[in-house]
Ligand binder design. Structure first.
Ligand SMILES: Nc1ncnc2c1ncn2[C@@H]1O[C@H](COP(=O)(O)OP(=O)(O)O)[C@@H](O)[C@H]1O
Ligand SMILES: O=C(CO)[C@@H](O)[C@@H](O)COP(=O)(O)O
Length: 551
């Protein structure tokens, strides 16, 4: 008699639920619920305009995912709720929302719904750059030890800069906020009825560590006297280790989900990080690339070493017993999506339509016939700033080598290659610090969709890349944590290692580097590096200045 677990992955554009067998990991049903309001970058749903670099979401969309996607997978698989033993939640991060004292999102209240700062700030909200720089400068001045865990720079994508932005630009919203909470933690608290925070979300996005906790109260006071008691007020909540049970479904939540009251709920996990367990890459040397709208790279190591440009280095951060590093690229699928949606010509659209192919498929097929370097193009993949290794959200994209003979598929290929070079630059940063990167595992939505992309990554990095056959790898990772929350006695597992061992299939597709392409890419990479260092280190003012003029 099988037992089952559910994983729910809240991505940038949609939420997906997956139902799997707890003993084998076999996928029985998936359901994707697109967010009705998507990503709000130009205006609130009412039409109120948003400034540049904003990215908000509607909390209603997350609740809608729970109420539609979870019942749908049970129905599709004809599984009865009594046989579901656990549920895990993976969420983008740092995706932060302010809650009112009644526990509701502030933007649900009439008094605040027209105030942009009362909405969810999505991970890719980059408008808190000034606050991030201020936090970095203060931490440097005070020689705060936490800074080195984050590669020496605080990112505008994280929780503290986002909260500080609220305080600086809308003090009345800061005042009205009872709690600033990661959306992943909010969902878990809605499911269990108790306020808890995940060590994974807090460790990577809120400057928390298992040994030192959050930065000191003195640090927050120095940042702004209004933040003096933030740790015991607006950031309160016990931090529970990833892999633990957060609680059990309340009666109300069980009804929303169509599951049984009392079902075990796991502590939330960052979406990309759920990919580590789902790839079965739970040991040092295995770099996991969670490739979707953006890419996050996760690597486990035995000991902490300072690495230039890491987003976070957290002890027990993803897998207990190891230091887990995260680095990232803020636009990957989004960059390819920008090209097909905004820049592909009518001729390309017509041709693709005539052949019954998506624009990605059509462009990839045409781009596949080129040898590395044959397009004469090289691009910088900074369409949404640079997360690693420069940690500068104000950098922008570049495409060099254009002529009147340049074809759309050549540009598309240059963009695919640019993201692969960005990943190679990150790998170099690890290996320069003496941390081995032996194998690559790709998870997320992109690897299954674009073979050319994956072959380019193998050739550029000169490493074999493994791709799991799971349909929803992030949701699978969440389900693995759900199985651990349920525990061995109830048909789940007592550790994430045991869950990964039993529930992750060892059947994988692999892309091997092609030696002639590897050699050509080594040459092209030198051009990428030259541009990277010029625009990113020597003259960042060029891109910063242009962005400033635009705003
Ligand atoms: N065949 C393709 N080749 C390259 N990029 C693609 C392809 N199909 C979709 N994309 C891009 O993939 C991204 C969505 O990735 P996905 O993993 O599904 O979502 P999320 O980031 O929300 O988890 C979009 O940005 C889209 O532009
Ligand atoms: O920033 C992180 C993880 O640190 C992600 O949540 C963020 O990149 C969103 O990823 P996707 O939308 O799943 O590509």
């Amino acid at each position: 008699m099988h037992k089952y677990v559910v994983g729910v992955d809240f991505g940038t554009e949609s939420g997906r639920a997956l139902l799997v067998e707890a003993d084998t990991g076999k996928e029985l049903a998936t359901h994707v619920t697109p967010y009705e309001h998507g990503v709000l970058t130009t205006a609130l749903p009412s039409g109120t305009k948003l400034p540049q670099d904003w990215a908000l979401q509607h909390p209603h969309d997350y609740l809608h995912v729970l109420k539609t996607a979870v019942p749908a997978v049970l129905e599709r698989a004809s599984v009865v709720k009594e046989d579901v033993i656990g549920i895990g939640i993976a969420f983008t991060s740092s995706t932060v929302l302010p809650l009112a004292s009644n526990g509701e999102p502030l933007c649900f209240l009439d008094d605040y719904k027209e105030e942009p700062h009362s909405w969810v700030k999505l991970w890719k909200h980059h408008a808190a750059q000034a606050e991030a720089d201020e936090i970095t400068a203060l931490a440097q001045a005070r020689r705060e030890p936490f800074l080195q865990r984050y590669g020496g720079k605080i990112s505008s994508e994280w929780l503290v800069p986002k909260v500080l932005q609220v305080l600086r630009e809308a003090p009345h919203i800061y005042e009205a906020t009872d709690l600033f909470i990661e959306a992943g933690d909010w969902i878990v608290s809605r499911l269990t009825g108790s306020l808890l925070r995940s060590s994974n979300l807090a460790g990577y996005k809120a400057l928390w560590s298992k040994d030192e906790g959050y930065p000191s109260q003195a640090f927050f006071t120095a940042l702004d006297p209004a933040m003096e008691s933030i740790l015991s007020t607006k950031m309160r909540g016990e931090v529970l280790p990833i892999g633990e049970k957060a609680g059990e479904l309340t009666e109300e939540a069980a009804q929303w989900l169509g599951l049984a009251q009392g079902t075990a709920v796991a502590v939330a996990v960052i979406d990309a990080h759920a990919g580590v367990a789902a790839a079965g890459a739970v040991h040092p040397g295995q770099l996991v690339l969670a490739m979707g709208t953006s890419t996050c790279h996760m690597l486990l190591a035995e000991h902490p070493e300072p690495v230039v440009g890491v987003c976070g280095m957290v002890d027990d951060g993803i897998i207990p017993g190891y230091v887990s590093y995260e680095t990232g690229q803020a636009a990957v699928g989004d960059l390819f999506g920008w090209y097909v949606e905004q820049a592909a010509s009518h001729e390309v659209r017509d041709e693709a339509e005539k052949e019954g192919k998506s624009l990605h498929e059509w462009l990839s097929e045409k781009a596949a016939v080129y040898l590395p370097g044959e397009t004469g193009l090289v691009a910088l993949d900074w369409w949404n700033g640079n997360r690693s290794v420069l940690v500068d959200a104000s950098l922008t994209g570049a495409l060099i080598g254009l002529t009147l003979a340049t074809k759309p598929e050549e540009i598309y290929r240059a963009l695919l290659e640019a993201t692969a070079f960005g990943t190679k630059r990150i790998i170099d940063s690890f290996t320069d610090a003496g941390i081995a990167v032996d194998e690559l595992y790709a998870v997320g939505g992109l690897p299954e969709r674009n073979e050319l992309l994956m072959q380019i990554y193998a050739d550029v990095t000169n490493r074999e890349i493994f791709i799991s056959h799971a349909k929803q790898t992030t949701a699978l990772g969440a389900a693995l944590y759900g199985a651990v929350a349920a525990g061995g006695e109830r048909g789940g597992y007592d550790s994430i290692f045991a869950a990964a061992h039993n529930m992750v299939s060892s059947t994988r597709t692999s892309y091997k580097p092609q030696p002639d392409h590897v050699a050509r890419y080594e040459e092209l990479y030198l051009y990428y590096l030259e541009l990277h260092d010029f625009f990113g280190k020597e003259r960042p003012s060029l891109m910063h200045g242009l962005k400033e003029m635009k705003s």
